[in-house]
Design a protein around this ligand. Structure first.
Ligand code: FAD
Length: 434
């Protein structure tokens, strides 16, 4: 990695320590997925960017993340020239997951135009994105800089941040646009007094990585919809397999009593589940027993935008968050770069960003309902049953699961009717011939 540890990048900008009011076009708080993506794109657009990260070590990374990036993000990653670097760092690509439900396996069909998903552990992904951002002309990556305050005229826009430097000095940076990319607990949102919309999550998550695990289901990865529990088996970088269980909270006690045994029992009972006998587990169990959904206005105040988890930290079970972080960052830059470069109307540009973000809001509404771990309704059951045999419904289900289209790709009356007909046709007993 070319990013030096514990020293900020400074390209053509004044020394940080002791200087107040350094001015940038954009100040981004948080150098993880959303922040690095936005910084890279702004830098490539010719803007001057300060990218502040509280951790001093460029290798620091998020550990509580399953890092399966849904296919709906594929085009964004290609456009931002991040897909190839991820592949070069060993990312595993998934072109079709097998989905098990009580109706049987929904086997992925080839050549249906469903974009591929990608998985690279955060221990590799976060440093890679930071390296790309830090090497982008115009971007000053300020590691070890924790933002502790915002600068704003009470009646005017937010136009600066105060950070504590690695030398424990307070540094003031000013910018026309301040971006909170600082995760689901967003300090920036807290400092700006942005209200939070919280929703419960009735599942919990644990997973581990294996060398030599033998998948037994169809596709290049598997998902089990066990109603209400869910499980996954996913190929990741370095030839490892990630096995994850997402039970409903009714099973919390079982996991509290003996987490290791409960995990193994769960996996061993999966229909066509992976063979772990002979495999070597190469990690601890990673996970959390409570992860509520958080949502904030992505443009909460003039001069301030939130991206990634700072705007929407969705239920982790459908694996949407990294994709939302990449995509919301790209949308913010698409909407605002020109206004920032030319001195155009930033508020109009931010309204455009907020409109683009509605795509995520719609999906988050669905995610919040699914996170309640309620039994599937009749339409959901019909869709799963029909998708076992019906290519068109299987394709729509895959596009839906990959967040590769609007929710209406699956949630619409025509699909419901077709699924009802197709599922009935399949489940009705054959007429008896005498
Ligand atoms: C259990 C679990 C499993 C998940 N699995 C998946 C999955 O399989 N697929 C998927 O797509 N998503 C998954 N997610 C979601 C995903 O992890 C997040 O959506 C993603 O990390 C959001 O990226 P981000 O850049 O917005 O925020 P983060 O990755 O949280 O980064 C925020 C950054 O801001 C920095 N920061 C914070 N405060 C400050 C401050 N005051 N000053 C300076 N810097 C600061 C932090 O150090 C950090 O680097 C999962 C989440 C959980 C909890």
């Amino acid at each position: 990695m070319s990013v030096p540890a514990r020293h900020p990048h400074r390209r053509g900008c004044p020394e940080t320590t002791g200087r107040a009011d350094m001015t940038y076009d954009v100040i981004i708080v948080g150098a993880s997925i959303a922040g690095c993506t936005a910084a890279t794109a702004y830098g490539r657009a010719g803007l001057r960017v300060a990218l502040l990260e509280r951790h001093g070590n460029p290798q620091s990374h998020k550990t509580l993340c399953g890092h399966f990036i849904l296919g709906g993000t594929h085009d964004t990653l290609q456009r931002l020239e991040l897909w190839q670097p991820m592949l070069a760092n060993g990312a595993a690509v998934s072109r079709g997951l097998g989905v098990w439900s009580e109706a049987g396996w929904i086997v992925p069909r080839p050549n249906q135009g469903v974009p591929p998903a990608i998985s690279l552990r955060r221990s590799k992904l976060d440093p890679l994105l930071r390296e790309i951002a830090g090497n982008t002309p115009g971007v000053d990556l300020l590691l070890g800089h924790r933002v502790v305050d915002l600068v704003a005229d009470p009646a005017g826009p937010v136009d600066g941040v105060v950070a504590v430097t690695p030398d424990r000095e307070r540094l003031t940076l000013r910018g026309r646009l301040i971006v909170g990319a600082d995760g689901h607990r967003s300090a920036v949102a807290g400092l700006a007094g942005v209200p939070e919309d919280l929703a419960p999550n009735q599942r919990f998550l644990f997973w581990a990585y294996y060398e030599g695990a033998q998948p037994n289901g169809p596709g290049d990865g598997q998902v089990w919809l066990l109603d209400p529990d869910i499980a996954v088996c996913i190929r990741v970088d370095d030839g490892l397999t990630q096995v994850g269980v997402f039970p409903a909270k009714a099973r919390l006690k079982e996991f509290a009593d003996n987490r290791e045994q409960a995990f193994r029992r769960f996996v061993d009972r999966l229909p066509d589940g992976p063979t772990l006998a002979g495999a070597r587990r190469v990690s601890n169990l990673v996970g959390t027993t409570d992860y509520p959904c958080v949502r904030r206005d992505p443009v909460p105040r003039p001069g301030l935008a939130l991206i990634g988890d700072a705007a929407t930290a969705s239920d982790p079970v459908p694996a949407v968050g990294c994709g939302w972080a990449f995509r919301s960052a790209a949308w913010l830059v698409d909407a605002t770069a020109e206004a920032l470069a030319t001195g155009g109307s930033l508020s109009a540009a931010l309204r455009t960003y907020r409109r683009a973000h509605r795509f995520i809001d719609k999906w988050d509404d669905i995610g919040r309902t699914d996170a309640l771990a309620a039994p599937p309704n009749a339409i959901q059951r019909a869709i799963r049953t029909a998708a076992v045999h019906d290519d068109a419904i299987a394709r729509r289900l895959a596009m839906f699961s990959m967040r590769a289209a609007e929710p209406s790709v699956l949630v619409n009356p025509a699909v419901a009717v077709r699924a009802a007909v197709r599922s009935r046709r399949r489940t009705a007993p054959e007429p008896v011939r005498v």
